[in-house]
Design a binder for this molecule. Structure first.
Ligand SMILES: Nc1ncnc2c1ncn2[C@@H]1O[C@H](COP(=O)(O)OP(=O)(O)OP(=O)(O)O)[C@@H](O)[C@H]1O
Ligand SMILES: [Mg+2]
Length: 266
């Protein structure tokens, strides 16, 4: 997926524990395995994506905090992971103070956008792993992004949370990022034997139609184990149901985002 500028996708849902980080790591790794150069930006002070990809706390050096609040650029903050084609800008807990520090400035919504617009052309795709809140960090993620990808856990209150998130998208469009689009909704921790999972799926497909990926990510214990071995699922258990599902999701993502022709050389 060669592009003149990277496609920037924020992965967000203000509800905690719905599979944002698992999706960021494994969709990122699956796209990298298909030849994309992928940068994951850890925009969550919990730093789960960083830990899950084996960047230990004492190795983090420059982080997302520096990207947002100092002049550090992508080149100096991104580092490679053990997985070919997948790089990460890691986060540490100091990112939690960024919210308050950004609050005061006139550019409070566009710190990340500015940082990414400077020098990000080494990558085809940038995935932003947002925290479980609609705070300034997440808003920076939405303002910097071309699209929003929403992992939706197949459970009772999922749709309520989704309406609130979509309202925020409207507000962001009306203010700082008119071009923000929905990339898609992916059902996570899906259990086809569970009536509630099926009901949530029917409701969300009714409401959002083709925006909902055909691929559903099943509940799969191997997906929850992989981060403690610092690996994407494809290194940890490439034949697991979770690996198969994230590979399929990457296929759908690429079909929705066909490669652009190389710029003509004159
Ligand atoms: N499909 C799945 N099957 C089984 N476990 C999963 C699956 N997806 C995620 N998990 C596990 O569920 C927990 C929450 O997932 P994850 O950290 O990806 O969610 P999150 O939305 O990023 O959470 P937070 O809101 O705290 O950032 C983790 O322990 C993760 O390993
Ligand atoms: Mg997370």
């Amino acid at each position: 997926m060669r592009r003149n500028r990277p496609k920037i996708v924020s992965i967000a849902n203000q509800k905690g524990g719905v599979g944002k980080t698992t999706t960021a790591i494994n969709l990122g790794a699956a796209l990298a395995a298909r030849g994309s150069k992928v940068l994951l930006i850890d925009l969550d002070p919990q730093g789960n994506a960083s830990t899950g990809l084996g960047i230990s706390r004492d190795q983090r050096g420059l982080t997302t905090y520096d990207l947002l609040l100092s002049d550090a650029d992508i080149q100096s903050t991104a580092r490679s992971t053990g997985f070919d084609g997948l790089s990460i800008v890691p986060a540490t807990t100091d990112l939690s103070s960024a919210d308050a520090q950004m609050m005061s400035g006139p550019r409070r919504l566009s710190h990340l956008k500015m940082a990414l617009s400077q020098s990000a052309s080494d990558f085809d795709t940038i995935l932003i792993d947002c925290p479980p809140s609609l705070n300034l960090l997440t808003l920076n993620g939405l303002v910097a992004a071309d699209t929003l990808l929403v992992p939706l856990q197949s459970e009772f209150f999922a749709l309520e949370g989704l309406s609130q998130l979509l309202l925020t998208v409207k507000e962001v469009r009306a203010s700082a990022n008119p071009k923000l689009r929905l990339e898609g909704i992916v059902l996570t921790m899906y259990d086809a034997r569970n009536n509630l999972s099926r009901q949530v799926e029917a409701d969300v497909r009714d409401t959002l139609g083709d925006l909902v990926y055909q691929t559903r990510i099943p509940r799969n214990v191997r997906l929850s184990e992989a981060p403690s071995y610092s690996m994407p699922i494809f290194s940890f258990d490439p034949l697991s149901k979770g690996a198969v599902a994230y590979r399929m999701l990457a296929g759908e993502f690429l079909r929705r985002n066909p490669a652009e022709p190389e710029p003509a050389h004159v």
